[in-house]
Design a protein around this ligand. Sequence first.
Ligand SMILES: [Zn+2]
Length: 151
Amino acid sequence: MRLVADAMLGRLAKWLRALGYDTLYWRGDDAGLVRLTIAEDRLLLTRDTRLPSRLPAGRSLLIESDYYDEQLRQVVSRLGLPPRMGHRCMRCNLLLEPAAKAELRGRVPEFVWHQHDRFARCPGCFRIYWEGTHYARMMETLGRVAPMNIA
Ligand SMILES: [Zn+2]
């Protein structure tokens, strides 16, 4: 299920991307958000109690908490985990691409380059990801929000 988060849910959108959910973050007006949700066949995540009534049934999820970790827990428990975890840029929502270690010397901190063998790059913003930070933080957050079997 592809998602779109309203303007109140920027932090949640980033974490959903980190988990691998295709998640747009909308900062425009309500009419545009409703149009986008329908046109792109997405599920709207919103804190606005009025918005769900403007969409067909089942096309929105009213987010209950103000706190992103509880919000994340609500989404994961409703939708289940995405099929591919941790493969999207937290900033751009694009799928990450594998990056060759040899090409990254000098582009990541030296100790990181030495400690890790697997890297990925966002094709949009060219941010480099490696398991040390992104992955560990994601798994830690996941452990808090979804204490189910995650090997
Ligand atoms: Zn990016």
